[in-house]
Ligand binder design. Structure first.
Ligand SMILES: Cc1ncc(COP(=O)(O)O)c(C=O)c1O
Length: 378
């Protein structure tokens, strides 16, 4: 019997009645697009995060595009992004005719290293690209160092986006994700810490002007109404039915974050001495979207994951190829010409099953499988 990498069934069993009732209500009132559940969810998400505005949308990728539209990104302008991230973080710039400039990450937190931003700016200058903003990513659930990133952004007249697709629910020094950058974007992809049953996302900001543009862009750049267009936009709305799912999941989200931390603590206890386990920066909490370990130099990762798979334990590699090495992105500027830490991480990271319903007995099986696999691979 195989252990699930993520267990959405146990979660659904807890909230199924509320989802069924909520979906039946949508079927009754018929407002499938921008129904009252959307407004209620946006108010709830804004309150949760402490951000003034929440605007739900069609995916985490669209949240990033809407944020860039709200910030007025123009073709050929440059945006600093980490290369060790999911495709979408970098993809949204070329989609808008703009240029991602790849920066190095910190080897411990996996997040963009604020001390390497000057090198990214230099690479942009060499390529005759004007940097206008930075996108940080809360990779695997831990927020980036937004205090340092914000200081750098303000000193250099740049805007800052938090790509919190994986880190919604986390915090830094009691500031919740949603409030640490000029604009925060998240994803409600089913496997995310707060996921719906399809594609979905949201944007958070305190800025009234940016929020207004994003609301307009989400409906084709609408003005006073849908058939008056004041800018170029897109179809970027969250479905009403997905708001029902998210509302039910928000009821148990705080408890699930505690459960995820307990799972992370148990892993730390059991494997902290045999592999490099994730560690949180001072003052940070993580939403533990992934539990990502680093294998020691020389360990054959494919052999380890193959052995674990054979023992019924799934693993995943996030991310095997850094963005600056992907063919469609290889011509964009790279800080310092190469990103050694990023390259190294992509070769040694491995993610273990992680979800709030992972019990201690199942974790023991995962740990034994990892130990056996390491022994035979070493
Ligand atoms: C860091 C990061 N950014 C953006 C996205 C895009 O989100 P979506 O799949 O909802 O478009 C993801 C999704 O995996 C992500 O992990």
């Amino acid at each position: 019997m195989s252990i699930p990498f993520i267990d959405l069934k146990s979660q659904q069993a807890r909230i199924r009645d509320k989802i069924d009732t909520g979906l039946a209500a949508v079927l009754d009132h018929g407002a499938y697009i921008m129904g009252p559940e959307i407004t209620a969810l946006e108010e709830r998400l804004a309150t949760w995060s402490g951000a003034k505005h929440n605007i739900t949308c069609s995916s985490g990728t669209d949240a990033l595009i809407l944020a860039l539209q709200g910030l007025g990104l123009k073709p050929r302008q440059g945006v600093i992004v980490p290369s060790f991230t999911y495709t979408a973080t970098a993809e949204v710039m070329p989609v808008m005719g703009a240029i991602p400039v790849f920066a190095e990450v910190d080897p411990v937190t996996f997040n963009i290293d604020p001390t390497q931003l000057d090198a990214a700016c230099a690479a942009a200058r060499d390529a005759d690209v004007k940097i206008v903003g930075i996108i940080g990513v809360g990779l695997f659930g831990q927020p980036a160092n937004y205090q340092a990133l914000m200081q750098y952004a303000e000193a250099n007249h740049l805007w800052l986006i938090d790509d919190a697709a994986q880190s919604f629910g986390a915090s830094m020094n009691r500031h919740k994700v949603g409030t640490m950058a000029h604009v925060t974007c998240t994803s409600f992809f089913p496997a995310k810490p707060l996921g719906c049953y399809g594609d979905g996302g949201a944007v958070f900001t305190d800025d009234d002007g940016i929020a207004e543009i994003i609301r307009s862009c989400r409906v084709h750049g609408m003005g006073m109404n849908k058939y008056q267009n004041v800018r170029i936009g897109m179809t970027g709305r969250l479905d009403t039915m997905q708001a029902v799912v998210l509302d039910a999941k928000l009821d148990i989200f705080a408890e699930e974050l505690v459960l995820r931390q307990q799972v992370a603590d148990r892993y730390q206890d059991k494997i902290g001495n045999i592999v490099e386990t994730p560690s949180l920066a001072m003052g940070a909490s993580s939403s533990w979207a992934q539990y990502t370990i680093k294998l020691l130099d020389g360990v054959d990762r494919d052999a380890v994951s193959g052995k674990m798979q054979a023992a019924g334990v799934p693993t995943a590699i996030y991310y095997p190829v850094p963005m600056h090495c992907q063919p469609p992105y290889s011509h964009f500027p790279v800080a310092g010409g190469t990103l050694q830490t990023t390259n190294n991480l992509s070769k040694c990271v491995m993610s273990l099953p992680m979800h709030p319903y992972l019990d201690a007995d199942t974790q023991n099986i995962i740990v034994s499988a990892l130990k056996d696999a390491l022994q035979s691979a070493g």
